[in-house]
Design a binder for this molecule. Structure first.
Ligand code: CU
Length: 160
């Protein structure tokens, strides 16, 4: 009988998850810095390259100035029937159900990494316009973001 690589990988995954949980618990008890023990979130650098199909990608940065982590659990928008969180592994996109915003850290969506995927577009976003979306978190209240629509080839590093 052979054991598939997939099955052999499972115990490793379990160990990693346990480690993450321990880290979280320790963090809660010991982090009593000046910024308190609650997440303090803000959004910057939001943009959407003008989509060329009925799907659109969106990018932004969530910054947490607070002393506790939070989790982005879902995104909604009147512009799209469905907004999902995607990661990128090599050339493949994979949907993820939630993403951590670390204490005193950032959750960064960028080209080639995490991105928001807008599907079932109700109207076609056009360069110069904005798309309104709402970020929902495990702890913090929802954040509304006005995401500017940029040229299809926009690169934030060069500004055009
Ligand atoms: Cu994607």
């Amino acid at each position: 009988m052979t054991v598939s690589p997939r099955h052999r990988a499972l115990p490793v995954l379990g160990t990693a998850l346990t480690g993450a949980l321990l880290l979280t618990l320790t963090g809660c008890g010991s982090d009593s810095g000046g910024s308190g023990d609650r997440p303090d979130l803000s959004v910057s650098s939001a943009y959407m390259p003008q989509p060329v199909s009925d799907m659109a990608a969106g990018f932004l940065t969530v910054t947490n100035k607070g002393g506790a982590q939070d989790r982005l659990t879902s995104v909604t928008s009147d512009t799209a029937g469905s907004v999902t969180l995607h990661g990128t592994t090599g050339q493949t996109m994979t949907e993820v159900t939630s993403l951590t915003v670390p204490a005193h850290g950032q959750l960064v969506f960028k080209s080639g990494g995490y991105h928001l995927m807008f599907e079932k577009l109700r109207q076609q976003p056009k360069q110069g316009g904005t798309v309104t979306l709402k970020l929902h978190f495990a702890t913090s209240g929802p954040l509304t973001v006005e995401m500017p629509v940029k040229p299809a080839t926009y690169n934030p590093a060069t500004g055009h």
